[in-house]
Write a protein that binds this ligand. Structure first.
Ligand SMILES: [Zn+2]
Length: 536
């Protein structure tokens, strides 16, 4: 029997960490993220792992966001010496993300120690240091997605594009168990359809068990075009009051998406004449990595490059890596767009910008990312009249624009659609990576609309997965290479949709008049062609 223990991102959105064990005692991990959002949640980072890190030979890392990767330095510090299997852009992004995370840990510990000294308490140590983070990077073992690899005898894996951020992956795992094989799919964070910059999530058709994220399992994003219009409106609002536009953004992905959109406005000539500051050393570095990794762009982003533009650049854009440059932004009068991290307003330069601008009527605060419970960002979104920044009460007088359409996460509709691609026999579904209400809501719609068996695991819950003695209706891989067969299956699904559409039209009375005998002949021809594609 295979055991999966949900050691993070179960009942919450952070701390992603799943332990998979087979009956021979082989153990692998999927993700090793930091718990974030409030003191209680962050304390979990210090708990026992629930396994011995030195016994783990493989960690699959879905993507570089800290809530999925941020405990890797601690894992290595505590004895992990195996391989971290991940995509090449994720490995590259981890280099900057983990060092930055270590720096934050060190700063927090230093601040806490200073505070405690007055109370005669002992020194607080960081969760890990910059040295630990640098040390851990040597275990990153990048592989290109879409190829099946054997990580140890009896355990095979493949990464697929998850369409969430640059390099983000779904993990497909095949584990041998008593002469049978169990296939487990971990969705990681899934992107939405038509996500900017990266390609849409890969559709998977077969699995015995599926672990799916549910960050927005109870929400449907507003249409993207509306969100773009709201972004322009928020910029114009502050500009008309000669105030600043503050965008708290995650350094990785959300920032690049905002730059990408501002670039689009600039090329369309809809962007007002206003200076733009990217005020985050980490976001600046991440943007450089995005610029380097063009081969992972989707068609639209590639087209911009082919037309001779950099999708993340415009003449008014200024990078402000140093503290002096950052401080000088608020000293300059007049309007400006300031993009700064952290995305949930809990740390970093954004706190300074909020302190300077949150109380100013006429300023715009644009919230473009998920705000976890307990964070300053969540309080602003929830309409609190006053928030604490650097232990000072600051009134919220600026206009808050919450623009949901920029999420890098699939919404309920996208998640349901992605799950619906699994063919019979359908997998048992475990809904993870969501706050309880979001996970439960997604579980309910999957049960009701797709008739699948669903469970929402609790934090630290262990699940026993039986091998299923069923033969899957997959096109055999040895007959047709896997890539082509998947593409083919996609086409068949498209055809099914087209046939459904035709059926609906034919049932409507008035449409029948437009059908000719020639159409019937064409359909007959298509049917004959179809029969010849894969001979029995
Ligand atoms: Zn993520």
């Amino acid at each position: 029997m295979i055991k999966v223990t949900c050691l993070g991102a179960a009942g919450s959105v952070t701390g992603s960490n799943y332990l998979i064990e087979n009956s021979q005692g082989k153990k692998v991990l999927v993700d090793c993220g930091l718990f974030q959002g409030g003191k209680e949640m962050e304390l979990r980072n210090w708990h026992n792992w629930g396994f011995d890190p030195s016994q783990i030979h493989t960690l699959f890392l879905t993507h570089a966001h800290i809530d999925h990767s941020g405990r890797i330095p601690k894992l290595v510090k505590d004895g992990f010496r195996g391989k971290i299997i991940t995509s090449p852009p994720t490995a590259e992004l981890c280099q900057i993300m983990l060092l930055d995370s270590a720096h934050v840990q060190e700063m927090d510990a230093e601040w806490q120690t200073k505070k405690d000294k007055r109370k005669n308490k002992k020194e607080t140590l960081p969760l890990y240091t910059t040295k630990d983070a640098a040390e851990s990077l040597q275990y990153l073992s990048p592989i290109e997605r879409d190829q099946i690899i054997t990580v140890e005898p009896g355990i095979k894996a493949r990464l697929r594009n998850a369409g969430h951020i640059l390099g983000s992956s779904i993990v497909e795992l095949w584990i041998e168990e008593a002469n049978e094989e169990v296939k487990i799919v971990f969705s990681g964070d899934l992107g939405k359809q038509n996500q900017l910059i990266v390609k849409d999530p890969y559709e998977i058709f077969a699995a015995d068990y599926l672990f799916i994220e549910s960050t927005y399992g109870n929400r449907v994003h507003r249409p993207f075009e509306d969100s773009k219009e709201e972004l322009l409106e928020a910029i114009r609002y502050a500009l008309s009051h000669e105030e600043k536009v503050i965008i708290p953004a995650f350094a990785l992905e959300r920032t690049q998406e905002i730059l990408y959109l501002l670039g689009e406005f600039y090329r369309d000539k809809t962007l007002p004449d206003i200076p733009i500051y990217l005020d985050s050393p980490l976001a600046i570095k991440a943007t450089q990595i995005f610029r380097k990794n063009k081969k992972y762009y989707d068609e639209q982003a590639r087209a911009i490059v082919d037309h001779g533009f950099d999708p993340f650049d415009m003449p008014n854009l200024h990078f402000t890596p140093t503290t002096e440059e950052s401080i000088s932004i608020n000293e300059k009068p007049g309007s400006a767009i300031i993009i700064a991290a952290s995305g949930m307003c809990t740390a970093g330069r954004i706190k300074h910008h909020l302190k300077h601008n949150l109380w100013r009527p006429g300023a715009s605060i644009i919230v473009v990312g998920f705000q976890a419970q307990g964070t300053t960002g969540r309080k602003i979104v929830d309409g609190e009249k006053q928030v604490k920044i650097f232990r000072e009460d600051v009134a919220v007088k600026a206009k808050v624009f919450t623009i949901g359409g920029f999420s890098a996460h699939a919404d309920q509709k996208d998640l349901l659609e992605w799950v619906s691609h699994f063919t019979e026999p359908r997998p048992k579904v475990f809904v993870v990576h969501g706050e309880a209400t979001a996970s439960e809501a997604l579980a309910t719609v999957i049960r009701e609309k797709l008739g699948m068996e669903v469970h929402v695991p609790k934090w630290k819950e262990s699940l026993l997965l039986k091998a299923k003695k069923v033969v899957r209706k997959e096109i055999p891989a040895e007959v047709i290479p896997i890539e082509i067969s998947q593409t083919m299956l996609n086409k068949v699904i498209d055809l099914e949709h087209e046939i459904e559409r035709l059926k609906k039209l034919l049932k409507k009375k008035d449409e029948k008049a437009t059908i000719s005998e020639e159409d019937v002949n064409r359909l007959e021809y298509i049917q004959e062609e179809l029969q010849g594609i894969i001979p029995e």
